[in-house]
Design a protein. Sequence first.
Length: 151
Amino acid sequence: MARDRFRLPAPAIGSSPKAEDLQLVRLPIWLAVARQTWRSYTATATAGGITAVATATPVSVSWTMGDGATVICKGPGTPYRDGRDDPRKSSPTCGHTYLKSSGRDEGYRVTATITWRVTWSASGESGTLPPLTTTSSTSFRVAESQAIVTG
């Protein structure tokens, strides 16, 4: 019952460049979910005079990038910091680089899924329950930039 009472947040997707900005082929994208999401949540339920406490803890984020790639990150990712991080370098914790343009369509559909480990305790006993997941999606429009050298 306690497991069914969770109201776990969907991942708030963050990226650099931002999802609404045009991404470029071969330029790394930094991926992250909101840090305030990346914490444990508890829920309780009482039945027959016994109170059970369930705890959900985030363990990974699976990013389906829309180009056939899946990126698994063990934490929330590292938010990009303007003026401090080099946009040409890959994220130290979670990122992806597109190798092909998404064309003129809506872009690549990107889905972030957090997997939550769920544990319980009641009356001096404890255990693990099947994991839970929460999901969010966005789109990344990816273009190819080409230079022409004249001279």
